[in-house]
Design a protein around this ligand. Structure first.
Ligand SMILES: Cc1cn([C@H]2C[C@H](O)[C@@H](COP(=O)(O)OP(=O)(O)O[C@H]3O[C@@H](C)C(=O)[C@@H](O)[C@H]3O)O2)c(=O)[nH]c1=O
Length: 182
C-alpha cells in the first residue's frame, strides 16, 4: 500500500497493491499497522456503504461533536471524492481537494478530522464504502453547500441529484466560527 501525500497536508491518497491472477484480483483494503507505522493514530469504529445513481452528489458533510477521520473507497463504479479544509489555522483553509476514486484504480482517500467531505457519482449504480473513526451523530452533523461560489468545485456532473438537506447547506462564509475546527 502506497501512502501518497497530496497538496493538502494530512490528506493522503492510498494506493493498494493489487494482485491479479486468472481468477480476478485481490487487495488488502485496510491494514491498521500501516497507519500506525506512519504515526497515524486512527481508530475506525463505523463503516458505511452508500449506493448512488449517476449524477448524485452527497455532501459536503462533517461532524463537530464527534469529528471523524474517514477512509473512502469505491467497490463499484467511479466517484469524484472531495474534501474541504475547515481547519482555521491551516494554510489551506477553505481549499478543496478532489480525486477520482474508482473500482478500476482502487485508490482510497484518507481525510482526517477537520474537513468537510462529499462526492459526486460519475458512473451508474456506484457503491462507496468508507470507514469512520467516530460514530455518526445527527445533532453534531454540519454541512457546507456543495456549490459554494468561492469553492467553485467542478463536480463533473451535468444534472446533479441532491438531497433536500444538502440543497440548503450554508456557504463557507456563513458558517459560524464555532462550527469550524481549530
Ligand atoms: C451518515 C449516516 C446517515 N444515517 C442515516 C440518516 C439518514 O436517515 C440517512 C441518510 O443520511 P444522509 O442523507 O446524511 O446520507 P449521506 O448524504 O450519504 O451522508 C454521508 O455523506 C458523506 C459525503 C459523508 O462523508 C458521510 O459522513 C455522511 O455524512 O441515513 C445513519 O443512520 N448513519 C450515518 O452514519
Amino acid at each position: 500500500m502506497e501512502f501518497e501525500k497530496t497538496e493538502i497536508e494530512d490528506v493522503l491518497l492510498l494506493k493498494p497493491d493489487i494482485f491479479k491472477d486468472k481468477r480476478g484480483i485481490f487487495l488488502e483494503s485496510y491494514r491498521k499497522s500501516l497507519f500506525r507505522e506512519r504515526g497515524l493514530k486512527v481508530d475506525f469504529v463505523q463503516d458505511n456503504i452508500s449506493s448512488s445513481k449517476k449524477g448524485a452528489i452527497r455532501g459536503l458533510h462533517y461532524q463537530i461533536d464527534n469529528p471523524q477521520d474517514k477512509l473512502i473507497m469505491v467497490m463499484q463504479g467511479e466517484i469524484l471524492d472531495v474534501a474541504v479544509d475547515l481547519r482555521k489555522s491551516s494554510s489551506t483553509f477553505g481549499r478543496a481537494i478532489t480525486r477520482i476514486i474508482s473500482e478500476n484504480n482502487r485508490h482510497q482517500l484518507f481525510i482526517p478530522k477537520g474537513f468537510a467531505h462529499g462526492f459526486s457519482v460519475l458512473s451508474d449504480e456506484t457503491l462507496v464504502y468508507y470507514k469512520c473513526s467516530d460514530y455518526y451523530n445527527p445533532y453534531g452533523e454540519r454541512g457546507l453547500f456543495w456549490n459554494d461560489s468561492l469553492l467553485n468545485i467542478d463536480w463533473k456532473v451535468n444534472e446533479p441529484v441532491i438531497s433536500e438537506k444538502d440543497k440548503h447547506q450554508p456557504e463557507l462564509a456563513d458558517i459560524p466560527e464555532e462550527d469550524l475546527f481549530d
